[in-house]
Design a protein around this ligand. Structure first.
Ligand code: PEP
Length: 251
């Protein structure tokens, strides 16, 4: 049995306004209650909702995170937010290098690497996303692509405490298609081997999340895999019952 505590992380993407976001977060806080659970739970709302959701989560075990941050500490970067701004609100994590950021904003491994260092400097845990496209998988390039992303996006100095890796096959995000347990475990084990190769025994302490159409119906078999230490969940994290059912499947 893994010593790594599962992390169940919700990526709300560009969804939610004040009332709906508050109700969703409150529903999770109520379910978490004062009890202890076998998992950590995190929600990453859009930047506009980080402040109110941090307020709702305050005093509970629900963690709140950002979906991106700039690599610079502050300055002339209109429309961006810094890691310190997220931390200031009470965020503990930030998702970096999501495939939608890599595609929509041309984020390279070097950019993600710089953002990860900025996140650490502000006291945030970086959730670094990697994953191959369908064409890359069909071309037998999955491990090359994922290995390259891990090498380039994760800076020296990464530890299991300051960094989480999310393996998200791009073809599985928001498509309803999921990696099979064998496919997921193979890539997770490969990422683990790269982390151990680079960081020694510390590599065994990193949590590696699976992301890509995880739902209540498929969560248990994915979360039971040896090197799957939780999930990064998009669509299903927008419904409190579904997100909670996924978390419950990790126990
Ligand atoms: C994601 O965006 O990180 C994700 C995994 O989305 P979905 O669960 O909707 O596939």
């Amino acid at each position: 049995m893994s010593q790594r505590r599962p992390l169940i992380a919700g990526n709300w993407k560009m969804n939610g306004t004040s009332s709906g976001g508050a109700a969703l977060a409150q529903g999770l806080v109520d379910r978490l209650g004062k009890g202890t659970h076998g998992f950590d739970m995190l929600v990453c709302p859009p930047a506009t909702l980080c402040a109110p959701i941090c307020d709702i989560a305050g005093g509970s075990s629900l963690y709140v995170g950002g979906q991106d941050c700039h690599a610079a500490e502050k300055g002339a970067h209109t429309g961006d937010i810094s890691a310190a701004m997220l931390r200031d609100l009470g965020c503990a994590h930030v998702i970096l290098g999501h495939s939608e950021r890599r595609a929509d904003h041309g984020e390279s491994d070097a950019t993600v690497n710089a953002k990860t260092k900025a996140a650490w400097a502000a006291g945030l845990i970086a959730i670094v996303c990697v994953g191959e496209t369908e064409t890359e998988r069909d071309g037998g390039k999955t491990l090359d692509v994922v290995g390259g992303q891990v090498a380039g996006s994760v800076p020296d100095g990464a530890t299991g405490a300051n960094t989480v890796i999310a393996y998200e096959p791009v073809w599985a995000i928001g498509t309803g298609r999921t990696a099979s347990p064998d496919e997921a475990q193979a890539v997770h084990a490969f990422i683990r081997s790269k982390l151990v190769e680079r960081f020694g025994g510390e590599g065994d302490t990193f949590r590696i999340l699976y992301g890509g159409s995880m739902k209540p119906g498929n969560a248990a078999e994915l979360l039971a895999l040896k090197d799957v230490d939780g999930g990064l969940i998009g669509g299903a994290s927008l419904v409190a019952d579904d997100f909670w059912a996924i978390a419950a499947a990790s126990r």
